[in-house]
Design a protein around this ligand. Structure first.
Ligand code: THU
Length: 135
């Protein structure tokens, strides 16, 4: 992991500490680097009404979008391991709304190599706003 990712990884681990996961016990953190250099973090937030819980990736992206950010360059995600976290399909779709940035998947135990992929690789043939044009 290069220095830039190390900084984002540390921010994601810190956010993971804020995860609210009393039902699954599965704690996830995310750090999103916006194109202007701002880092916005997120953690999963669960609910007694289970389907209302939100993944770490989405809380980070929605928080950033709500702050006015639209262009992202990197998203580092950290899961409890031992394998790098793999974002769910819903989060892949939410990522794809904001372009084709780099996603770095990691785990907290520090055993596995980070997996680095573009959003377009995580969700090929995705549904985008272009699909809504001209209908
Ligand atoms: N979760 C995330 O926050 N990100 C992922 O990439 C996968 C799953 C959360 C959702 C739920 O709170 C818990 O992990 C178990 O699925």
């Amino acid at each position: 992991m290069d220095t830039k990712d190390q900084h984002l990884f540390e921010a994601a681990v810190k956010a993971q500490g804020h995860a609210y996961a009393p039902y699954s016990g599965f704690r996830v953190g995310a750090a999103l680097l916006c194109e202007d250099g701002t880092v916005v973090t997120g953690a999963n937030v669960e609910n007694a009404s289970y389907p209302l819980g939100c993944c770490a990736e989405r809380t980070a992206i929605y928080a950033a979008a709500a702050m006015g950010h639209r262009r992202f360059s990197r998203l580092v995600i950290v899961g409890p391991g031992p394998e790098p976290i793999s974002p769910c399909g819903g989060c892949r779709q939410v990522m794809a709304e904001f372009g084709d940035f780099t996603v770095v998947m990691t785990e907290t135990q520090g055993q596995a190599q980070a997996r680095v992929m573009q959003v377009s690789e995580l969700l090929p043939a995705r549904f985008t706003k272009e699909d809504l044009d001209g209908v």
